[in-house]
Each structure stands twice: as structure tokens, then as C-alpha cells.
Design a binder for this molecule. Structure first.
Ligand SMILES: Nc1ncnc2c1ncn2[C@@H]1O[C@H](COP(=O)(O)OS(=O)(=O)O)[C@@H](OP(=O)(O)O)[C@H]1O
Length: 435
């Protein structure tokens, strides 16, 4: 069997697996939504203050489903608020793969739920037909009574023109990038049983037994990588791919593409400066420190993270040159933004953010880095079969209000997305239609 046919066959298995998974997830949505509804979401302090109330939301309020309280728990003494909350502008968050993006998305989900924002959700499942380029038609309909989408933060391959057809003109555009060596290693580990190029490398590594799959792949990536196989999109320059630019090879439009991205994005967060990025985010979106508090989502046990020696680092850089250039370009812009904001001011606000985050973590989190087998379904992160993704156990003896707040803080992407989708449309997520 040729490598290409083997890849196709494995890809078909993957699709079948994904459909089964979606079925299980729909069940989880139901359980998750039920539990969230009963996990301490108190009546909103000001139920009349909806940004874009719609009949579904109104019906759910009357029928006892309460959107999230728009305040952190009242019986906790929060300090160090940068500024009082004001109206949040519409936001697009381009969720890139394996960059810390779920942690940012969780924070935006919380913001949107509290504001009763209208989310631009994918029409099917959790992403906008990835790895196809984004198209306005991939977005689910505007709910009755809403005049615009306020928040879009699901995975896609960027197409700025299409996105602007969906989101209001004054939307703020944000994304996050991570140091490319670590991003690639994380993608390789996580997707080594789903990306055809990585599956092949793993298979050969198992047959020969001399080298790790990562080393084998990096020794001769072109032997495993078929550029025409859409399933291989993340196998080379994954961040460039997500940002919608040519990720396969250098071409003459690269500089113009980067200039367009620079013009589009109000903020490109940098995972290695996560807290500093959050302060800049808070300043853009008028978020206070409690609203910026977070726990790291989608983490792996340290033993699952592959160590990278110098040779491997060089090989990853060479294979992902465009991501290296992309990251360096936006890191430089980020540092310029920091300078403009004022380094001293930023550092003091980062210190306050860390103090607030630590206080909230102490209140909410009983155990960090918990193996999925010990977690309830509601807070169990999605598991790839190649790596373990850890989660959090929340404290017991919380008030209902604290429980609602803390559950959301640690809630994995799929459960939170499903909950918000149900809240917005009064129905469960739809699976991808079968042809
Ligand atoms: N706050 C913060 N700062 C820096 N890094 C962080 C943060 N939060 C999550 N992470 C790390 O990001 C990796 C998961 O990224 P994503 O959430 O984007 O993954 S996913 O694409 O949604 O599956 C995953 O990295 P790996 O462990 O290397 O896979 C997380 O540990």
C-alpha cells in the first residue's frame, strides 16, 4: 500500500472516530448544561441589563435558567480592580492551535456569558470547517432578536474579508502566538494519531524501533508530508496556516500578508508573556483583574512533554521557518506595544493580576494537574489518544454562586462551548452532516 493510500485510509478512520465522538459529546452537552444550570448560577444582579436580549434568552430566564451572574462572588473580597467595567466592544479572537488559546477563550467565554453577548458560533461542531478557510456561511444564524454578533472565538483558518462580512465594523481583533519550537512539539505530540504525516512517522518509528517518531519525521519531513493532504495542514508552520497565509513555502506576498495581519489585529498576544498580554487585553476590552484571572487549560503532565536537544530545535526551526519569522515579527510588535503602554505601569499591573489570580485560584481550585480519570465529565478535558490533558478539581463547600464562578474558570473548551450554544439557541450543537 502506498503511503498516500495508507494516509487516506487512516484519515477515514479518523472521520469515523470523530463522528462517534460527536455523539458522545452531545450526551455530555446535555449533562454539562444541566449541571451548569444547577451549579450556582444565581439570578443576575441586574437582569434588565442585557446587551442583546433575545426571545430565547428571555424564555430561559423566565423558565428558571439563569445566565451567569455578572459579578465575581460577593462574599469574596476582591481588590486591585484596575477600572470599573464598561461596555465591551465586539471581539474576534482567532483561536490558534496549541498556543494557550483555550485559556484565553475561556476568559472570553466568561466575559461573553456575563454580558449576554451574541456569539458567532460555527454552524456545526466546535470549529469553522477547519482546515478550510473561513467563510461567512460557516457561521450559525443570528438568534432572533439579536442585531449583531458580539463575540467570535472558535478555531478557524483566517480569511479577513469573510470575517468582516460577519462581525461588526468596530470589532476588535485579537490572537495569540507561541514560541514555534514549543508549538510544533505540542502539535506533534497531540496530533500524532490524527495528522497523516505524523501517523506515518509514528508507524515507521514503531517498525524500526531506532528513533522517536519526532526525530524520524524531522530527519526527512518531506518523505512523510503530502502538501495536498488537507489533514496535514498543521504539520508545517501551523500558526501561519491558522492565520490564513501561505504556510507551505516562502512566497513573494509574505511581507504584504504580514502587513495585512498587522493592520487587522489590535493585539497579538504572546504566550511567553501571557500575563503581560492579558493586561494589554484588559486595557483593550475594559476588563478588570478578576475578569482576567485564569487557570492554564489543556496542560500536559511534564513527562509527556518531549525534551528538545539542539539538533531537534534546529530541525524544527528549519521545517517551520515561516512560523519563526511570523513569531519574531509579532514578538517585536508586542514589545513595542509594551513600551508604549509603559513598562513600569505594565509590571505593576502584572503583579496585581498575579496576586488576584492566586487569590481566585486558592478560592476555586482544590487540585491542579488532575488526571482525567479522576475528573467528573463536566470538567474533564477532551483527550487525544496520544497525550494526557490534565484538568482541575474545584473546592468543595463553595456557595452556589462561587461554585458557578469556579466551575466556569476550569471549564474545558468543548463543555463551555456546548453550554453557551445551548444557552443562545435553546438547542444542542449540530454534528457535521454526512454526505
Ligand atoms: N497561560 C498560559 N501560558 C502559556 N502556555 C499556556 C497557558 N495556558 C495553556 N498553555 C499551554 O498551551 C498549550 C495548549 O494550547 P491550546 O489551549 O491553544 O490548545 S488547543 O489547540 O486548544 O488544543 C499547552 O501546552 P503544551 O503542554 O505544550 O501542549 C498548555 O500548557
Amino acid at each position: 500500500m502506498t503511503i498516500h493510500r495508507l494516509a487516506n485510509r487512516l484519515w477515514r478512520y479518523r472521520v469515523t472516530g470523530l463522528m462517534l465522538t460527536l455523539g458522545v459529546t452531545c450526551l455530555l452537552i446535555f449533562v454539562g448544561t444541566f449541571l451548569l444550570q444547577h451549579s450556582g448560577a444565581q439570578p443576575a444582579a441586574n437582569p434588565g441589563s442585557s446587551r442583546h436580549d433575545n426571545p430565547h434568552q428571555e424564555r430561559r430566564r423566565r423558565s428558571g435558567f439563569q445566565p451567569w451572574n455578572d459579578q465575581a462572588p460577593k462574599d469574596v473580597h476582591f481588590h486591585n480592580i484596575i477600572k470599573p467595567r464598561t461596555q465591551t466592544p465586539p471581539v474576534v479572537f482567532l483561536k490558534t492551535h496549541k498556543t494557550g488559546s483555550s485559556t484565553v477563550q475561556n476568559l472570553l467565554f466568561r466575559m461573553g456569558e456575563r454580558d449576554r453577548a451574541t456569539f458567532a458560533f460555527p454552524r456545526h461542531t466546535y470549529h469553522f470547517n477547519y482546515p478550510e478557510s473561513f467563510s461567512a456561511k460557516f457561521v450559525d444564524e443570528l438568534p432572533d432578536g439579536s442585531s449583531q454578533y458580539d463575540l467570535l472565538c472558535s478555531n478557524m483558518r483566517l480569511d479577513v474579508g469573510q470575517l468582516k462580512q460577519v462581525m461588526p465594523e468596530d470589532a476588535i481583533y485579537i490572537t495569540i502566538l507561541r514560541e514555534p519550537l514549543r508549538t510544533f512539539e505540542s502539535i506533534f505530540s497531540y496530533y500524532s494519531s490524527t495528522i497523516p504525516a505524523f501517523i506515518l512517522a509514528k508507524k515507521v518509528a514503531q517498525q524500526t524501533g531506532h528513533k522517536s517518531a519526532l526525530s524520524l519525521f524531522l530527519d526527512s519531513p518531506d518523505a512523510f508530508w503530502d502538501p495536498n493532504e488537507p489533514g496535514n495542514s498543521l504539520a508545517k508552520n501551523p500558526m501561519s496556516f491558522d492565520l490564513g497565509i501561505d504556510s507551505q513555502q516562502w512566497n513573494s506576498t509574505w511581507r504584504t500578508d504580514l502587513a495585512l495581519l498587522e493592520e487587522t489585529f489590535n493585539l497579538v498576544m504572546i504566550a511567553e508573556h501571557f500575563d503581560e498580554s492579558l493586561i494589554l487585553l484588559g486595557s483593550l476590552l475594559n476588563l478588570n483583574l478578576e475578569e482576567l484571572a485564569y487557570v492554564r487549560l489543556n496542560t500536559r503532565p511534564p513527562q509527556d512533554i518531549l525534551p528538545l536537544d539542539d539538533e531537534t530545535k534546529d530541525q524544527i526551526s528549519a521545517w517551520n521557518t515561516l512560523d519563526v519569522l511570523l513569531y519574531d515579527f509579532f514578538l517585536q510588535l508586542f514589545l513595542e506595544k509594551v513600551e508604549k503602554y509603559g513598562l513600569e505601569r505594565l509590571n505593576s499591573e502584572v503583579a496585581l493580576l498575579r496576586a488576584t489570580t492566586n487569590r481566585i485560584r486558592r478560592m476555586c481550585v482544590a487540585r491542579t494537574g488532575v488526571h482525567p480519570r479522576e475528573l467528573e465529565d463536566l470538567v474533564k478535558p477532551w483527550q487525544a489518544d496520544t497525550v494526557t490533558i490534565l484538568g482541575y478539581q474545584i473546592q468543595k463547600n463553595l456557595t452556589r454562586q462561587e461554585q458557578g464562578f469556579c466551575t466556569r474558570l476550569v471549564l474545558p473548551e468543548l463543555q463551555y462551548h456546548a453550554h453557551l450554544y445551548f444557552q443562545q439557541y435553546g438547542r444542542d450543537l449540530r454534528a457535521v452532516p454526512t454526505e
